[in-house]
Design a binder for this molecule. Structure first.
Ligand code: TXA
Ligand code: MG
Length: 344
């Protein structure tokens, strides 16, 4: 569906917040998807119980229909509406991390239409913590199917204007809820098969999951096997998170090695952006230099915004300093790895 005009509305006063929630809930109940803030990234939300509304989400995003959506809930009653069985392991993980950036894949209930799950018998479910999203869930009173609010294959939005850039004219309403506090998409865990599997790493990492559910068997860490993860999580496409510019990961010890790295890609410096946390370039002439804190949470919060800015600067190449190899950086390595595989 195309909307001639997309409205972007604020939530920065009590009255504005309440009005935004009312408008968003009304659109949802009329079957129209709206872009809403969550703590991870902005989502494009529609009534998860309505096949027509869900169809409009795929249409607005240009998303292939074989890629299932995450259903967002705001109460235990909604959880029960959506899932067939909630196992003890699911309960411990939910108690530890909900509301928050964790998505659980569980057997779906009959209420959830096949359009949400790409025809499958499982549903991905998450209880988000963002106050706007929670208020819309409560006011609309229905679970919300919401993928990230970007065009298919685009970079996920962490600010309202990123949504506007990609979905202007394609959705009636964008609610501005500020900069997403987590900054990368939720950790997706499959609890249907045994052992449990991380389908998409995020800021709740493996060790935290294991600590919260000590009795659960976890699959060994093999997340670097991209082809396997494509088969396991439908729609976990290799190039899912790509900026427009070509992105390469690299390490450099000084300006000389950074220059050699860039020269190898045959793009002039003025069309190249550098994203660094330690290896800050000591000379100028770049399209953009972004220095992101070397702290995993601060880095995640800043990453997509910086990549959006690199794209806006007209860069053809983005050189990103390779992040650390430790567990807590796994979600960030995953997104950067996919972005680096983009365009192939
Ligand atoms: O943080 C997030 O999860 C954001 C915000 C808006 O909540 N949403 C998000 O949705 O990232 P999306 O559609 O961009 O990513 C959903 C991921 C995809 O990788 C999809 O394949 C996987 O979840 N997924 C959804 N349903 C699934 C299912 N039944 N089984 C396995 N994977 C599933
Ligand atoms: Mg997405």
């Amino acid at each position: 569906m195309s909307h001639r005009k997309t409205e972007l509305i604020p939530t920065n006063t009590k009255a504005a917040f309440e009005a935004a929630v009312e408008r968003a809930a009304a659109f949802v109940l009329q079957g129209h998807p709206v872009a809403l803030p969550t703590e991870t990234v902005y989502g494009l939300a529609a009534n998860a119980l309505s096949p027509e509304a869900v169809g409009r989400v795929y249409e607005a995003k240009g998303r292939p229909s074989n890629n299932p959506l995450i259903v967002h809930v705001g109460s235990w009653a909604m959880v029960e509406q959506c899932v067939e069985r909630f196992s003890p392991a699911a309960s411990s993980l939910a108690r530890a991390f909900w509301p928050g950036p964790l998505t659980l894949v569980l057997p779906k209930s009959e209420r959830i239409p096949p359009e949400v799950t790409a025809g499958g018998q499982t549903v991905a479910i998450r209880w988000p913590s963002h106050p706007v999203m929670q208020a819309v869930l409560k006011t609309a009173g229905v679970p919300l199917a919401a993928p990230s609010a970007n065009r298919s294959n685009g970079l996920s939005p962490t600010q309202a204007h990123h949504v506007l850039q990609q979905l202007d004219g394609r959705v009636p309403l964008i609610v501005d809820g500020g900069h997403a506090a987590v900054g990368i998409e939720s950790t997706v865990v499959d609890l249907v098969g045994r052992p449990a599997r991380v389908l998409r790493p995020g800021m709740i990492h493996r060790l935290s999951l294991q600590a919260a559910s000590p009795d659960l068997d976890w699959e060994a860490n093999e997340s670097l096997d991209r082809d396997e993860s494509v088969l396991r999580s439908p729609g976990q496409l290799k190039h899912h998170y790509a900026p427009k510019a070509r992105l390469v990961l690299g390490s450099w010890s000084d300006s000389g090695s950074l220059s050699r790295l860039v020269e190898a890609h045959k793009v002039p410096r003025r069309l190249t952006s550098v994203v660094a946390y330690e290896g800050i370039p000591d000379s100028g002439g770049w399209a953009r230099v972004a220095v992101i804190p070397h702290d995993v949470e601060a880095y995640a919060r800043a990453l997509f915004s910086e990549l959006h800015l690199c794209d806006e600067s007209g860069s053809e190449l983005i050189v990103v300093e390779a992040p650390p190899e430790t567990d807590e950086w796994e979600g960030i390595r995953d997104r950067l790895g996919r972005a680096a595989a983009g365009g192939d």
